[in-house]
Design a protein around this ligand. Structure first.
Ligand SMILES: [Zn+2]
Length: 112
């Protein structure tokens, strides 16, 4: 999967994004502050490996403790892994859902 990491030039937070085509880059925004000034930081190979490793180590059958979900990077990992197991095609919409979950927007949407 073409996942790239971008650093926010405003708050320095690094966020990973699924970039399928060049136009997708224009739509990305910092997951922490929503800033649009993002610079690509890590070579995609490095990130791709770590993402793949994390997915590989992740077992959806094991219950995850509270600590697991304190790391915002792990939100969406479960869904990603399950989708992978089911052979589902994760489109850009999926990434948006994960992004919303990470930033808490999805909770507001459902009034949680
Ligand atoms: Zn930011």
């Amino acid at each position: 999967m073409p996942i790239y990491e971008y650093e926010c030039r405003d708050c320095r937070a690094v966020s990973g994004f699924l970039v399928m085509k060049k136009e997708d880059e224009k739509k990305i925004a910092c997951l922490r502050c929503g800033g649009k000034k993002m610079s690509k930081v890590v070579s995609w190979v490095t990130y791709h490996r770590s993402e793949a490793d994390r997915l590989g180590e992740f077992d959806t059958r094991k219950p995850q403790g509270e600590e697991f979900y304190k790391d915002s990077r792990n939100i969406g990992l479960w869904a990603k892994k399950r989708a992978e197991e089911l052979g589902a095609d994760l489109g850009p919409q999926f990434d948006e859902i994960v992004e919303n979950a990470r930033t808490g927007k999805i909770l507001k949407k459902y009034g949680l």
